[in-house]
Design a binder for this molecule. Structure first.
Ligand SMILES: Nc1ncnc2c1ncn2[C@@H]1O[C@H](COP(=O)(O)OP(=O)(O)O)[C@@H](O)[C@H]1O
Ligand SMILES: Cc1ncsc1CCOP(=O)(O)O
Ligand SMILES: [Mg+2]
Length: 285
């Protein structure tokens, strides 16, 4: 019995490895244009993550440009990390356009419980039907609640493990219609029914600011090369690929600063055999 379970898990991992490689290869050949309206901290790492994966990042924020530019992008990444009253209308306009035009878009609800202003802005953005919501466990727990609870997190960092947020993620997926991804030691992805775990990455990734923001943008790039019916596979694959890049980078890193550099190099140079041997994705239920 145990042997047949192991066989099933190995087969599952093999199939996921194949899928993750196909999607990374599509990002590299199609080089989708990805618009990011993101926080001031993350712009550099996010753009470099997208470039090293083969995508084409554009960090255009201005509301004046959105009606011309956003319809031409293959996916949009919205991140509320340094939200201000001035930035909300641009985000709402871009989200509304993507929703109307069927362009996939991803919401990163950074520090959503920090203030009622941020919480309400995220709730408003969710009404424009994000394809995916990706946050850490505290963010997903907070956003799944119908009212603002100030103590749910420590600023942008999580005070929960991703596994604490499984039920919250399922609830948020069911109420929003989005696929919900919770990052952590195990990245958890759910459509409200199926739950998949990506067990890649290294703990030191938490000590580099904007790794969460960057993996959200990578999810947008993977969504850009699939149709809607394959969105869950794209999300799981992007999380796993980023985690594998972290594992490979860690072999050469001396600390967070060199991990940041080696992670980007590893993502850029990732080959099929290496990805296959590292991908660790399993069904959780
Ligand atoms: N303990 C851990 N072990 C392995 N990978 C981790 C761990 N914690 C976070 N990661 C990875 O680091 C990246 C950022 O996740 P996280 O720190 O949860 O996001 P955020 O920066 O938004 O809080 C993700 O790719 C995630 O898989
Ligand atoms: C430190 C900080 N402050 C506001 S946004 C931000 C970056 C958060 O990045 P991540 O969510 O990827 O840790
Ligand atoms: Mg974050």
């Amino acid at each position: 019995m145990e042997g047949s379970n192991n066989n099933k898990t190995n087969r599952e991992k093999f199939e996921w490895g194949k899928r993750a490689w196909e999607l990374l290869s599509k990002v590299r050949t199609e080089s989708p244009l990805i618009q990011c309206i993101t926080n001031f901290v993350s712009m550099d790492l996010m753009a470099n993550t997208l470039l090293s994966a083969g995508a084409s990042p554009a960090m255009l924020h201005s509301i004046e440009e959105i009606p011309d530019f956003t319809p031409r992008v293959k996916a949009l990444c919205l991140n509320v990390g340094t939200l201000s009253p001035d930035s909300v209308p641009a985000m709402v306009t871009a989200a509304r356009l993507c929703s109307q035009l069927g362009i996939p878009w991803v919401l990163d609800p950074v520090a959503v419980s920090a203030s009622s202003f941020r919480f309400d802005a995220c709730l408003q953005l969710v009404t424009f039907k994000p394809t995916v919501i990706r946050g850490n466990a505290s963010e997903i727990i907070a956003l799944s609640s119908s009212s603002h609870q100030p103590s749910a997190a420590k600023g942008v960092d999580s005070t929960h493990k991703s596994t604490d947020a499984v039920e919250a993620a399922k609830l948020l997926a069911q109420t929003s219609g989005a696929i919900v991804a919770v990052s952590g030691a195990t990245d958890i992805v759910t459509d409200g029914n199926q739950v998949v775990g990506a067990h890649n990455g290294v703990a030191l990734m938490q000590k580099i600011t904007a790794t969460g923001c960057s993996v959200t943008a990578l999810i947008a790039a993977f969504l850009a090369v699939v149709d809607k019916s394959h969105a869950l596979e794209a999300v799981v694959s992007a999380l796993s690929v980023f985690g594998v890049a972290g594992e490979l980078g860690m072999k050469m890193a001396k600390g967070p600063a060199s991990l940041r550099m080696h992670l980007i190099d590893a993502l850029y140079g990732l080959d099929e055999a290496t990805l296959h041997s590292h991908v660790n994705i399993t069904s959780l239920c």
